[in-house]
Design a protein around this ligand. Sequence first.
Ligand SMILES: [Zn+2]
Length: 138
Amino acid sequence: MERYRFGKGEYRYFAEPFPDAVAGLKQALYPKLLPIARDWWAKLAREAELCFAILALSTDYDCWHPAEEAVTAASVIEVLRANIARAQDVVRALLPLCAATPRACGCGRAAEHAILTARDAIAPEARERLRILYGRYL
Ligand SMILES: [Zn+2]
């Protein structure tokens, strides 16, 4: 990854212990930014009436473990490809369970009361644009 200006030096810079200024920023901002990033995805899923879960798979550990060897782009891509296969396995295993289990949550009808515009006042172009997500409510 050094070729992409993210070598051991940069990893170490982002690894703890941070310089005081970075540690202060991290402590001040991470608790506020992490929920925003996570919630952004959750809100997008909610608008699409999808249940949402995060599946995170790491590609390497060298930035957090000083004893680990430096990674290369090729090694990251190799792990990334293996992670894609793992993620596909997880989805393949979960889909039949999801299909066989009725949802107990309200995600599937989250937008049911979201459209406040009188239905006869919705322009045909808007109706067509919204049809894929909200056609059953129009
Ligand atoms: Zn749900």
